[in-house]
Design a protein around this ligand. Structure first.
Ligand code: DX5
Ligand code: ZN
Length: 219
């Protein structure tokens, strides 16, 4: 079984203190940093882009797990790779040529992730499962932090895990949206090995990041 890893989403961090927030995450035992990039078009919210990622990366030794919610994604891939993204995750609906976008990310020597919205089916990515490093399963509709976990996506995680086992594949299964102390075990039992969490990590237990990361790992 893969080691359980926590990828805190900085969407719930104090944006006036982002550098310090990353230090707190590093000290608290985060395995990587989840960066939510939104364009106000593919999703109804706007966040940050390559220049901010580039500055943050300079003072952080953790890997950047960059979740691109932007469309069309293809023309921005290089900018995020240059800015320091280590994993670049894209939505199949955000590109008119998924094969090409995957190839582009791999050619830049970055890890490639593909992401499925709650309503998106595994069929959309089935032909590429042998090429990707990570599959991100959304457990909320992307766009905002602090939403309620949708338990129905656990079936998709289970199905994906089964396909993975049957075909001897090795990608990580990451889950994103509404993860808390009550549902993290179900997500792990279903097959997820990377948990993204924003609200729970930054807001629970008075923002005690280390405690929250440890609790998510040990439920
Ligand atoms: C939603 C983002 C998530 C989100 C997670 O569009 O992709 O990464 O910020 O935050 P919580 O844990 O608050 O749902
Ligand atoms: Zn995300």
């Amino acid at each position: 079984m893969k080691k359980i890893q926590i990828s805190p989403s900085i969407l719930s961090a104090d944006f006036s203190q982002l550098g310090n927030e990353l230090k707190r995450l590093e000290k608290g035992g985060a395995d990587m940093i989840h960066v939510d990039v939104m364009d106000g078009h593919f999703v109804p919210n706007l966040t940050i882009g390559p220049p901010v990622i580039k500055s943050l990366k300079k003072n952080c030794s953790l890997k950047f797990d960059v979740h691109l919610m932007i469309s069309p994604v293809n023309k921005y891939i290089e900018a995020f790779a240059d800015a320091g993204a280590d994993i670049i995750t894209i939505h199949p609906e955000a590109t008119d040529n998924l094969k090409n976008s995957i190839f582009k990310i791999k050619k830049l020597n970055k890890k490639i992730g593909v992401c499925l919205n709650p309503a998106s089916k595994i069929d959309l990515i089935i032909d590429f499962l042998d090429q990707v490093d990570l599959v991100l399963i959304m457990s909320v509709n992307p766009g905002f932090g602090g939403q309620k976990f949708m338990p129905k996506v656990l079936n998709k995680v289970k199905k994906l895990k089964k396909i993975q086992n049957e075909n001897n594949l090795d990608f990580d299964i990451e889950i994103d949206g509404g993860i808390n102390f009550d549902n993290c075990k179900a997500a792990i039992d279903a097959g997820a090995n990377i948990l993204v969490s924003g609200t729970t990590i930054f807001k629970s237990n008075n923002g005690n990041i280390k405690k929250n990361i440890d609790l998510l790992k040990s439920q």
